[in-house]
Write a protein that binds this ligand. Structure first.
Ligand code: TXE
Length: 479
């Protein structure tokens, strides 16, 4: 049984208490590796290593940071197949999707490697009396806590800007999907990342994550996960005046007007509904369709949904892989039961899928489509985070906007229309941090990324992330 280790002070480290958690493969439901059940003592060792490396990393030249971060990106690319197989075995997503996400993880490191070479700052000249210039200094030791849905992608999405900004990092991946974070540690050693610059501590959120958030020498926390956890984490960090970036849940509208390009809308809506088994905070699980198009869209959409293969994540034609854990499988099935109880009419799906052989004990759920649910029911209000979407008609643009905003989340939205004025109008009116028009999940890493309301606080991406991971200092020189 493979034993995952922490990565502390530049080398593999066993959890000090010697405890481990079973780590199952969602496709089989069977434990296939052991994850360190670390504790505060391990966090302390990691923070000490980061503190020891802090000054030297901050003083490392931009060129040297660029070189080592680019090397990590190249090694991730080199090991794409190995990392993708590890990701699928750990998370349950189709292998073809894991390959794509590993490529994006390399891009995260490469993108922020280039950022090290582009750091600039502002100056303000005060009526020929003074020169003000702003410098952005690394915070020092920062914490990065990431979730189980896109493990390596979201892990690197936090770590890369933190390193580029000159910080040392203590990172806590999800205990549900620890494998690729462990493998990243090995690649950092191979790339020659100096000891202590990045430290990875595995374990339970309330134990290791909490210890990291509470640690007085960890000055900022970047978190992606559930809204409830985010609120808890903020309650811990706020009295300590720590900088916080919270990328939380979503319950995103997919607004489809009758004048849309129907073929493109259908194809992309299948993706925005069910990619990664619907386990993406950006998925469009509330589908609103203009009434004149509703029946046509419904018929065509259902035809496509019924063709999606739910099955072995290792097979190329699988579109819906395994649900990440027994706990999450139970949660999603419970949500489906609630939707039925709330009067939802199941148009397709709604059941678990029983596979054969070694996959017989895996966790699989059919892609599920509901209609006939009211605006304020739990199914339309709360994040399910599984392969479950709802179809709801609307009559006017104003109603579509009201429906889209009738929710405590505000992360992302898709809008399908060929009317440019409407696209601008509706985009401005929908309360989401990320709006896609005639597309979904089309990502430019330079753009601000994050949500409002219960979807989080702050933004990642581009210079937003560098600003988060630095302290701005204004220096005024009197002339
Ligand atoms: O997230 P958690 P989970 C949503 C989705 C999902 C729900 C819970 O609805 O069902 O969140 O998923 C660590 N102090 N999203 O359980 O619990 C934990 O170990 C410090 C949306 O994965 O929030 C893990 O590393 N850390 C989200 C990370 O927080 C703590 C993606 C996320 O765990 C902690 C994932 C604590 N007290 C889930 N408790 C998105 N926005 O993409 C837990 N953690």
């Amino acid at each position: 049984m493979q034993k995952i280790t922490n990565y502390i002070n530049g080398k593999a480290a066993e959890p000090t208490a010697g405890n481990y958690l079973d780590n199952p493969n969602p496709a089989t439901g069977k434990t296939y590796s052991l994850c360190p059940d670390s504790d505060a003592a391990d966090v302390q060792l990691a923070v000490e290593a980061a503190l020891a490396a802090k000054t030297s990393w901050a003083n490392t030249t931009a060129e040297q940071k660029f070189q080592v971060m680019s090397k990590i990106a190249d090694l991730i690319d080199r090991d794409n197949e190995r990392l993708a197989l590890a990701e699928t075995t750990d998370q349950g997503k189709p292998l073809w999707l894991s390959r794509n996400e590993v490529t994006r993880a390399a891009q995260n490191f490469r993108f922020y490697a280039t950022a090290t070479m582009q750091m600039a700052s502002e100056a303000h000249i005060t009526e020929n009396q003074a020169v003000n210039y702003t410098i952005r200094q690394p915070i020092g030791v920062v914490g990065c806590i990431s979730p189980w849905n896109l493990p390596l992608y979201l892990f690197t999405w936090k770590i890369a800007p933190a390193l580029a900004a000159g910080n040392c990092v203590v990172a806590k991946p999800s205990e549900v999907t620890p494998m690729t974070a462990y493998l990243l540690g090995e690649l950092c050693i191979e790339a020659g990342l100096p000891a202590g610059v990045l430290n990875i501590v595995h374990g339970l959120g309330p134990k290791v994550g909490q210890a990291l958030v509470e640690h007085p020498q960890v000055k900022a926390i970047s978190f992606t996960g559930g809204s409830a956890t985010g609120k808890h984490l903020a309650a811990t960090a706020a009295p300590m005046l720590k900088k916080l970036s919270l990328e939380l849940g979503g319950k995103n509208p997919n607004i489809i007007f009758a004048d849309c390009d129907l073929e493109k809308t259908l194809k992309t809506s299948i993706n925005s509904s069910f990619l990664n088994q619907g386990e993406i905070c950006l998925c469009g699980s509330r589908i609103y369709i203009e009434r004149s198009l509703f029946e046509t869209f419904k018929t065509r959409f259902l035809e496509l949904v019924k063709r999606l293969k739910t099955g072995n994540p290792l097979e190329d034609d699988t579109r819906i892989g395994a649900i990440v854990s027994q706990q999450h499988f139970d949660k999603v099935m419970a949500c489906i039961a609630i939707a039925k109880a709330e009067g939802g009419n199941i148009l397709t799906g709604g059941n678990s899928v029983q596979l054969e052989g070694e996959l017989a004990d895996g966790w699989y759920i059919q892609p599920t489509v509901f209609e006939g649910l009211s605006v304020d029911c739990k199914t339309q209000q709360e994040e399910i985070f599984g392969p479950v979407v709802t179809l709801t008609p609307f009559d006017t643009e104003e109603e579509a906007i009201a429906l889209a905003n009738s929710n405590s989340y505000g992360l992302a939205a898709s809008i399908w229309t060929e009317n440019l004025s409407r696209a601008h109008r509706v985009s401005a009116a929908v309360d989401s941090g990320i709006i896609w028009v005639n597309c979904w999940l089309y990502r430019d890493l330079r753009t601000p990324f994050g949500g409002m309301k219960n979807s989080g606080v702050g933004r990642e991406g581009g210079w937003e992330a560098i600003r988060f991971f630095t302290e701005a200092k204004n220096i005024c020189i009197k002339l």
